[in-house]
Design a protein around this ligand. Structure first.
Ligand SMILES: [Zn+2]
Length: 104
């Protein structure tokens, strides 16, 4: 029986150095990361990051690897508008408020 972890893996046949034909199992790729607010595909986040360094795994930005650049921009705008009194907390959508409170 095939090992359970290989059941869904893609299989390839390959000739080994001794001439035998061996079955090779390919590792599944991770799904592409999406923005937590707008579901856009995130840039700068590789799908296979096993051998990468920490800084290569996600952008070095606030909420890098979680939110897209556009959503981070709107959150920073909301933050300054709140601080300067041009907006109230009730005017911000609940989804965005969660990230706004995490921002220092
Ligand atoms: Zn977004």
């Amino acid at each position: 029986m095939v090992e359970p972890r290989f059941r869904t893996a893609k299989r390839r046949k390959k000739k080994s150095p001794t001439g035998l034909i061996v079955r090779i199992y390919k590792r599944d790729k991770e799904a592409a990361r999406k923005c937590a607010l707008c579901d856009a595909k995130l840039h700068g986040v590789p799908r296979d990051k096993r051998k990468l360094s920490k800084t290569e795994k996600r952008p070095e930005r606030v909420f890098g690897g979680v939110l897209c650049a556009k959503c981070v921009q709107t959150i920073i705008k909301d933050k300054t508008r709140l601080e300067n009194g041009y907006m109230e907390e009730k005017d911000v959508p609940v989804k965005r408020l969660k990230f706004l409170k995490q921002l220092k």
